[in-house]
Design a protein around this ligand. Structure first.
Ligand SMILES: NC(=O)c1ccc[n+]([C@@H]2O[C@H](COP(=O)([O-])OP(=O)(O)OC[C@H]3O[C@@H](n4cnc5c(N)ncnc54)[C@H](O)[C@@H]3O)[C@@H](O)[C@H]2O)c1
Length: 328
């Protein structure tokens, strides 16, 4: 199978690539596809990708239609479309968000349509498609009401995936990912970046700033579970999706206080003391507009799973990213 990952140098793109290349990895699911060729496309070159003759690195800007034309060719079987400007950046730079998250997504779908090969495409949507006045628990049929430009771009992307699939131009699937915690590496421009920072930085002996109150809660998923979910979304048969190619993925509702309390249990008070509490109204407003509780019967019936606990998520981060130890 020839697989293309757009955003292949990003956090999830790299984790997904490593898992697809190593089907024996902990993250791989039984339904991971056989990779003959894996094209990692991004505006920057990916770091720390295992050297493998099946991997091809392509750098370019997804906003340029000619770049898409040379990337998405008739031999491409499966596309994971991850390239995006994240939430904080799409809110700060309206034009960039619209161009990358919306116009380029439509151009990519158009390129697929021109092929006449109906490639399979997995689109990474987000819980940011919801906001404002919402029920206490969101249901599979709750209408998207985004309160950010990023959420709006993702919601339109979902509709396009549905229509291009209905018309037979692609075999699309859109999964609404919860906020991914703990994200390794450095903070990024996602509004929710603090949710990883408050665990990741203190465990490495560094200070972290928490810009929201301890009561703020998030709907979260671990990187390992997110990659598993993307692979599972790609493997499901088209008929399984029914009349909508969109699913909200199962997650965990965890407050910032619960994250910090669990960090204290695992790593101790000295580690927790590295967190400074500095409320930021901009971040509180955006993150506070995101939903925190979902009923996800559709995704569960399709075989998607949630993480078991924040305890398991923090311990997995220490094992997988910090080599099993932290700075006390
Ligand atoms: N991480 C999360 O918590 C989360 C939650 C919900 C949805 N998502 C979605 O999942 C996907 C992957 O997220 P991530 O956390 O890996 O983000 P990321 O920022 O690490 O990766 C996105 C990649 O897209 C690339 N990109 C941006 N503009 C581009 C352009 N013009 N041309 C080519 N490439 C470009 C970036 O260079 C980056 O490597 C995104 O679509 C994101 O919206 C992520």
């Amino acid at each position: 199978m020839h697989i293309v990952i757009t955003g292949g140098a990003g956090f999830l793109g790299r984790q997904l690539a490593k898992t697809l290349l190593d089907k024996t990895s902990l993250t791989a699911t039984g339904d991971a596809p056989e990779v003959q060729r894996l094209t990692l496309f991004d505006v920057v070159s990916p770091q720390n990708i295992p050297s493998d003759s099946r991997v091809e690195i392509v750098t370019g800007d997804i906003r340029e239609p000619q770049v898409l034309a040379s990337l998405v060719t008739p031999d491409v079987d499966l596309i994971f479309h991850l390239a995006a400007v994240v939430s904080g950046e799409a809110e700060a730079n309206f034009e960039l968000g619209m161009q990358v998250n919306l116009a380029a997504t439509q151009n990519l779908l158009e390129q697929c349509r021109q092929l006449n090969t109906r490639p399979r495409l997995v689109f990474t949507s987000s819980v940011a498609v919801f906001g404002g006045d919402m029920p206490a628990v969101l249901q599979d049929d709750t209408a998207p009401t985004p309160q950010s430009s990023y959420g709006t771009q993702k919601a339109i992307g979902e509709l396009l995936i549905n229509d291009y699939s209905r018309r037979g131009f692609i075999d699309g699937r859109a999964v609404r990912l919860p906020t991914i915690v703990v994200r390794p590496g450095r903070p990024n421009k996602a509004t929710s970046t603090f949710a990883s920072s408050i665990i990741r930085e203190p465990l490495q002996g560094q200070p972290a700033v928490c810009p929201v109150s301890p009561e703020m809660a998030l709907w979260i998923m671990s990187p390992r579970q997110a990659v598993k979910s993307l692979i599972h979304a790609a493997a499901l048969p088209a008929e399984a999706w029914g009349s909508s190619r969109v699913a909200s993925l199962p997650g965990l509702t965890v407050s910032v206080r619960e994250m910090v309390d669990q960090l204290r249990v695992i790593a101790g008070q000295t580690v927790v003391d590295r967190i400074a509490w500095q409320p930021d109204p901009f971040i509180e407003r955006i993150v506070g507009s995101w939903p925190i509780r979902f009923a996800t019967p559709k995704a569960e019936a399709l075989g998607f799973e949630a993480d078991k606990s924040i305890d398991e998520i923090i311990r997995a981060f220490i094992e997988e990213e910090l080599g099993g130890s932290f700075v006390t």
